[in-house]
Write a protein that binds this ligand. Structure first.
Ligand code: PRT
Ligand code: ZN
Length: 298
């Protein structure tokens, strides 16, 4: 057998098509990983790291990873957490939070209703495809007699059809609720995309996952990070450091022939706004440059 065939490859399950898919493929691209789609509609291949990509529906990802059919996956926290709360046996584990596809799982009621807290749901019917998350939220708040109506879509029309008194669904902008005469009553879970892994990955695959995670962290960190450079009198360094948003210790460089003046270079891990530049200027900085960072590996 050739060495190539022997060397381990990580099987990564990702959403084939949908809200998570675009951001997932964007992130992989920012990590320098090109997903090569062959003839198969189920598999794709990455050459830059030893990774095979499994293209599936998001709902299947936690089970594929928990069972070891995939070694890792990228899935919404809402889907992962629902699986964790409703499964028997060991599930997948979270390897990292990825910060995209942010949304809220909310309970919503008709706009005309007065909502004064979770006790509202006592004796009420709530339509959802997240029975695990909803039930655990209700139970933690002492509501044990709500009736959960399982639906796999179009929850927002359930109250109008008389199928339920309220719904529990993902909310992003709130437009869907609004157009259906509903309003958010409470947020029960805040979600973002997660990198998840099979429990007990072997050392070789754990190493590939570590490399993937490192690249993802670098790509995500560099999204907001800026490289900021300026000149200033040495005495202004403490005031400048205090203004730079999300900065590590800056690098200070002598400016040849400029007496007390130094160049200050720093990576800022938060957005650098015009207000920050005005403040830097007011504490003595000049020739301020703000540059995008393409890649970062800590
Ligand atoms: O086909 P497959 O099963 O893979 O996809 P899917 O249709 O089940 O999921 P998809 O692609 O819609 O969503 C994938 C993941 O994206 C979800 O599990 C969430 O983690 C995340 N996400 C982020 C969202 C939304 N935003 C979102 N707005 N998932 C769903 N919605 C829906 C929501 O269900 C509701 O119908 O959008 C509507 C509300 O949006 P607003 O903007 O009107 O509030
Ligand atoms: Zn789905």
């Amino acid at each position: 057998m050739s060495k190539e065939t022997d060397s381990p490859r990580l099987r990564l399950a990702v959403q084939k098509k949908g809200r998570l898919a675009d951001d997932t493929f964007d992130l992989l691209a920012k990590c320098g990983l090109k997903v090569r789609h062959g003839r198969s509609r189920l598999f794709a291949r990455i050459e830059e790291l030893p990774i095979d990509v499994l293209l599936v529906r998001d709902d299947d990802i936690p089970e594929l990873v928990a069972s070891g059919a995939a070694d890792a996956g990228i899935v919404g926290g809402n889907v992962f957490e629902e699986d964790r709360l409703t499964r028997d046996g060991v599930g997948a584990v979270i390897a990292d939070a990825l910060g995209f596809s942010r949304c809220r799982l909310c309970v919503a009621v008709s706009k005309g209703e007065t909502y004064a807290g979770p006790a509202y749901f006592s004796g009420k019917k709530v339509a959802t495809s997240y029975p695990g998350l909803l039930q655990s939220w209700l139970e933690e708040r002492g509501v044990t007699d709500a009736q959960i109506v399982l639906m796999h879509g179009a929850h927002e029309i359930a109250p109008r059809l008389g199928l339920a008194d309220a719904i529990c669904d993902i909310v992003s902008t709130g437009a869907t609720l609004d157009t259906n005469g509903l309003k958010v009553a409470d947020t029960i879970y805040r979600s973002e995309a997660l990198l998840i892994a099979a429990p007990g990955l072997d050392v070789a695959k754990a190493e590939i996952l570590g490399a993937l995670k490192g690249r993802m962290r670098g790509a995500l960190a560099s999204q907001h990070a800026k490289y900021v450079m300026m000149n200033a009198p040495r005495s202004a360094i403490p005031a400048i450091t205090a203004v730079l948003p999300g900065a590590d210790s800056p690098t200070i460089l002598e400016l040849a022939g400029e007496g007390d003046m130094v160049a200050i270079h720093s990576v800022c891990n938060e957005d650098v706004l015009w207000e920050h530049l005005a403040e830097l200027k007011s504490v003595g900085a000049s020739a301020i440059l703000v540059l995008d960072i393409d890649k970062m590996l800590n």
